[in-house]
Design a protein around this ligand. Sequence first.
Ligand code: ME8
Length: 511
Amino acid sequence: MNNKKTFYVTTPIYYPSGELHIGHAYTTTLADILNRYKKNDGYETFFLTGSDEHGEKIEIKSAEMGLPPLQFLEEKVNKFKELWKALGIHYSKFIRTTDKYHEDAVKRIFTKLLEQGDIYKGFYEGKYCISCEEFLTTEQIDENGFCKISHTLPTDVKEETYFLKTSAYQEFITDLLNSNFIIPDYRKNEMLKNFVEPGLKDLSVTRISFKWGIPITEDPKHVIYVWLDALTNYITALGYMQKNHELFDKFWSEDTEIVQLVGKEITRFHSIYWPIILKMLDLRIPNKLVSHGWILSNNDKMSKSLGNVVNPMDYIEEFGADGLRFYIANELPIDKDGNFSREMFIESYNAYLANNIGNLISRVNNMITKYFDGHLGDDLSVSDEFIDSKISQLIDDYKANMDKYDIYTATRKIVEFSAICNKYIEDKEPWNLDKENKTEELRTVLMSLQKAITVISFLLKPILVFTYDDMIEQTGIKDPENLTYGALKTFDNLSFNKLGDKKVLFQRIKK
Ligand code: ME8
């Protein structure tokens, strides 16, 4: 029997109407890091990403290109997948909302909700933002009548529609939001104040004024409006409402730790409407919704007109994916908007990867090779209590933060420890210990450092996915595939090989 703990992580499914940029890479990389961390921690995991392919925006975009939507989408989706591959994203599944299994399951979900009375037919009148694919409340429109998010003019919509009875779930959502469902905590107040306290309104879930969507079985002139189609991807991808639902039974069970990552602008859909849909379907609610801030480019919102859209592929090609993955983990705490610029990227790469971490590994490796011919011996207990206790503390801190999905703080702990190790070298002056023939003291210092670089490398494994193999090899640890967080706290039953050739892990970038 398989008794592994289970973990399910999702990203939003992105619109293929535009190009993916550093913001999309941010969410997806965070999800990939969490997924890899959980795997290293012994979990059986499932990581879902994909593309959100229906709606007015896609219909308009493909018409502009003179292509049938599916043909337009095909090329875009291939580009998504190329980017994820280049960035080292190991998703378990890529869902497209135009996949037939998804479309069929969404129709069944609609029918179920209609039959239960959670959906009813009505009439909608109001403002619709095509760019956000969202009906706007008065708070979302600025004094000039523009959508505050997309800065485009919403269209007036007056049409027959089916509504989801979300207004009946006011108390349920208030309780859910008050139960620390969202990370960071302060976003719950935004949701309560802006959307829940003024009174939840029923949500329009179908449209008749465009065609590119899933038609409902009961009334096919209506197509399902993007959010009911999009949000349910998280369960249809696992087989919900389908013959083969093994994955659903496993990864949407009460025992699974379910975490969803989104950008702050779609927190409303994921913390209000999505839990309501799940409740209506009598399904469990995810454990946490991690809602992160935006990446600004040179302090501005990225936009084509400003010409400041950062294409992650440019950085991957020039500096390697790990540089970008590390920047995302080390520079962008989720609770605020972050910034990205070429200068900041290069500065951070040089300071942390080349100078701090890369240099530490290289120095330690060189000294062991120079003073001990690459091998300090088989007694790993000779190390220094000072570093040993820091190692144990680091592993605890790292895990505690990763378990709270706080990748930023976990990464900073590694970086801080690496700086401590560099300082330890300066303080201990191994070159003088060698000159003075203090061999045992020198062995102790280097043994501590060899353990330290092993721990640093292993903790960075979910982040530096392309460099990891070279990095761990340079620590000399034997059988790295058997490493665990627990084993590294004591180093019992671990040993080091004689060090061999080495490569430069992170080449300094010249400005
Ligand atoms: O909203 N900074 O898709 P989308 C940080 N299809 N993250 C950013 C970002 C930025 N500047 N720009 C985009 C949709 N993102 C819907 C989602 S889910 C059921 C449907 C990331 O292509 C962030 O995760 O507009 C944000 O929520 C998402 O991309 C929006 O992607």
